[in-house]
Unconditional design. Structure first.
Length: 122
């Protein structure tokens, strides 16, 4: 099944840097990615993760729309972080975890709720 245009939610369990989300079809120019209740291991100081929104280009390098640095979602069960990307081109989008606690390897990330919003009107 290919990517679909829709808002969607999921969770992330114990992933490493480089993790890629499912793909979604974005026909507009906006996507927002929310993380709620983040946790990382090992704990090495201030918790954070860098989320990179990308456009899937099969057979070619993917386009990166840039990374957002999430910290607030590590503050407890209802704590949230979000990143908004605008002026992105139509196509199949996904996000990739670039860093966890400012490290590019050796750390793991869990997120109780991931929510992707593809409509700025929401």
């Amino acid at each position: 099944m290919g990517a679909q245009l829709q808002n969607w939610e999921s969770s992330i369990q114990n992933v490493l840097t480089g993790f890629q989300s499912r793909r979604w079809s974005d026909q507009g120019s906006y996507s927002q990615v929310w993380f709620t209740n983040c946790r990382s291991s090992p704990a090495t100081g201030p918790d954070s993760t860098d989320v990179d929104l990308r456009r899937d280009n099969p057979g070619l390098p993917d386009n990166s729309w840039g990374s957002k640095h999430y910290t607030a979602c590590f503050g407890g069960t209802t704590a949230k972080s979000s990143g908004q990307w605008t002026n992105i081109k139509t196509g199949n989008q996904f996000f990739q975890i670039k860093k966890i606690n400012d490290h590019t390897s050796g750390h793991r990330l869990g997120v109780a709720r991931v929510y992707v919003d593809t409509s700025k009107a929401d």
